[in-house]
Design a binder for this molecule. Sequence first.
Ligand code: MG
Length: 247
Amino acid sequence: MNKMNPAEIVLMRKAGQITRDALNYIETLIRPGISTLELDKCAKKFIIDSGATPSFLGYEGFPASICASPNDMVVHGIPSADIILKEGDIISIDLGVIYKGYNGDAARTFPVGKITSAKQRLIDVTRECFFEGVKNLKVGHRLGEMSHAIQEHAEKNGYSVVRELVGHGIGKKMHEPPNVPNYGKVTDGPLVTENACIAIEPMINMGKRNIWLLEDGWGIVTQDGLPSAHYENTVLITKDGVEILTL
Ligand code: MG
């Protein structure tokens, strides 16, 4: 795990605030009739106007500043003028920024207009999974205690956890060691250390956990076509607990 000094922590906090503010702004734009490309354009402008850089743009060739993943899409949706949100959809927005060399990364799943109670429950439980994880993230303990808590909360609610994609360390790079899975045994993973930053990001499916990669090489969808939700924050681990940098 990385170890941030006090000056770096200040920059991680600022990167986290810009990430949070950009997501809050995008939330205000979500409505039936808007395209995911329009959301991407607005996010890019907001991030740049905030003095940061959209970290997703150009990352391993990704063509946009946000990932916009509706309904059965789990993550990594490429924004498009052809994807128009409609009443009853859910849409996961994942967004990252670099501020003075430090990264913030966060995701939310939003309702589009009025959604079914089943979809709302998926969104709520996915967010709860994050917080169940955080409760079990403690310095000197195995990271697996957190991962296990996330899986347990998802499965006890009848959902499944995506395995192929995981959270990650974060700092000067968006993706740093260690892997931060949303499943596993309490004895798995490294020991949790102080002043480390990680991104915790449960991806929870309403049906089975299995996924496909789309032909565009990015989009990930559920094989059973049922909805999936995503909730992510960048956090700083301190000796007293966890500081959530993107809330
Ligand atoms: Mg991430």
